[in-house]
Design a protein around this ligand. Structure first.
Ligand SMILES: [Mg+2]
Length: 193
């Protein structure tokens, strides 16, 4: 049976981003992430999948091992809330350093979402993307999921400039729990139809 999913950007959506995060001891979750994911996954039955650009790898700043250790730390921290990320997808490439074929995974391309959907049999029409950057919104829109932009770092001016249909989020959230509430409400209303 197809499953529904909430796709998440990682840096500055789940965890604070000091820039090319490679040290798992520096991982700090944003407020509400543990509670919100427990609600989405454990109560509402969404699969939780991270979709992340990690060009620090091809830039030689961090290693893939460090990316994975940060991912593991995120799940460590989430275990206190009785929940976890089901799968992590990341793109270590960048078009400035790698072939177009390799760099194809990089957001705003929806490729990682399509790969995840195939691997986990996900119904994208009942799925969502939460991110903090316009590239996250575009990635989700191009994949055909509903998109939520969190105002963690982005300014209102930049949000106002997201006018083309590809770039406009379905919802702008003030924080993680606000994003989760939108999903819960949207999903519940859909079920009643
Ligand atoms: Mg981000």
């Amino acid at each position: 049976m197809p499953v529904r999913a909430v796709f998440l950007d990682r840096d500055d959506t789940i965890n604070y981003d000091p820039g090319y995060l490679g040290d798992s001891n520096q991982v700090r979750l944003y407020p509400g992430v543990g509670e919100g994911l427990a609600q989405l996954k454990n109560v509402l039955g969404f699969k939780i999948i991270v979709i992340s650009n990690q060009s620090g790898v091809t830039r030689g700043i961090i290693t893939e091992e460090q990316v994975r250790s940060v991912n593991e730390k995120i799940n460590d921290l989430l275990s206190k809330y009785g929940t976890k990320v089901d799968d992590f997808f990341y793109c270590p490439y960048h078009p400035d350093f790698d072939s177009p074929e390799l760099a194809e995974c990089r957001k705003p391309s929806p490729k990682m979402i399509f790969d995840a959907a195939k691997k986990h049999n996900i119904d994208l029409t009942n799925s969502y993307f939460i991110g903090d950057q316009p590239t996250d919104v575009e990635c989700g829109n191009r994949a055909g999921v509903k998109t939520i932009l969190i105002k963690n770092k982005i300014g209102q001016n930049e949000i106002n400039n997201l006018q083309s249909p590809n770039k406009r989020p379905n919802f702008v959230a003030v924080d993680f729990l606000n994003a989760c509430s939108f999903i819960e409400k949207d999903f519940t209303e859909k079920k009643l139809d």
